[in-house]
Design a protein around this ligand. Sequence first.
Ligand SMILES: NC(=O)c1ccc[n+]([C@@H]2O[C@H](COP(=O)([O-])OP(=O)(O)OC[C@H]3O[C@@H](n4cnc5c(N)ncnc54)[C@H](OP(=O)(O)O)[C@@H]3O)[C@@H](O)[C@H]2O)c1
Length: 281
Amino acid sequence: MDKSPILIIGKNAKTGSRVNQRLRNLGYATRPVSRSTNPSFDWEDPATWQSAIKGTGSAYVTYQPDLAVPRAEATINEFLQVAGENGLKHIVLLSGRGEEGAQRAEEALKASGISWNIVRASWFSQNFSESFMLEGILSGQLVFPAGDTVEPFVDADDIADVVVATLTEPGHRNRLYEVTGPRALSFAQCIQEISDALGRPVKYTSIPVNEYISALREEGVPEDMQWLLHELFTVVFDGRNSHVMPGVKEALGRPPTDFKAYVEKSIESGVWAGVMLKESA
Ligand SMILES: NC(=O)c1ccc[n+]([C@@H]2O[C@H](COP(=O)([O-])OP(=O)(O)OC[C@H]3O[C@@H](n4cnc5c(N)ncnc54)[C@H](OP(=O)(O)O)[C@@H]3O)[C@@H](O)[C@H]2O)c1
């Protein structure tokens, strides 16, 4: 076993934090990094990359904000160059489905000469509990421009299990795992399942994309985030990603976690307790 630490780009991120925890539990040395760590790692500042990479043998790489943004291609190419020069031997890249930018990053990694895995993930279930949809749920109403499109939400715990397998077990090298949950659900169905399990009313309201983006603009959300969300809801959410894929089973030999199980563990964690408190106040 290579004793050098495993680099994790995305220390506090939804999957990076889980990958780090699992590797530590298994006894692996890790170097989890982001803008707030020492050494730090900032995708916007290549001067930070070398000291983060040096001395590590393999890496789990999550790009910010999303591989779909136009500048991602040049940044990923530059990163792969620095990674190769600094002795990184294996990279596991978190990728997205149905995004041209993500596909270009995947191709760049495959062509880099570094041994690779790609974990190409559907939307995370944890977006409802650890990300931008949490606020809406706690307020009792999620307003979102996702229409009726169905998505096979994947559990971030499953993604972390797959990533750890690719980093620690033989037999995975140079393979792409397309990971999704076992069922495709609309946002309305997800919110209904969350609401039913909580025993509290949470509503889903679908609005046109342009109305949603205008609201973000008024709230002062940066322009590149507005662009990204517009891209996600007009291009990536056109139904192209609605099919279920077997990546979790292929990598782990077990089925992916169902959305119902995700909802149950999230309720146990207390993350949506505010909805209940508000209702009973
Ligand atoms: N969410 C989904 O449904 C989904 C689905 C498929 C693929 N993905 C991919 O997953 C990646 C995002 O993963 P995530 O949602 O798990 O991330 P996340 O939870 O949003 O990660 C947030 C962390 O990223 C760090 N960060 C922000 N900007 C950074 C920068 N410029 N350089 C370095 N670190 C930075 C921040 O830590 P600091 O403040 O300490 O820097 C923050 O804690 C994206 O590449 C996205 O395309 C996401």
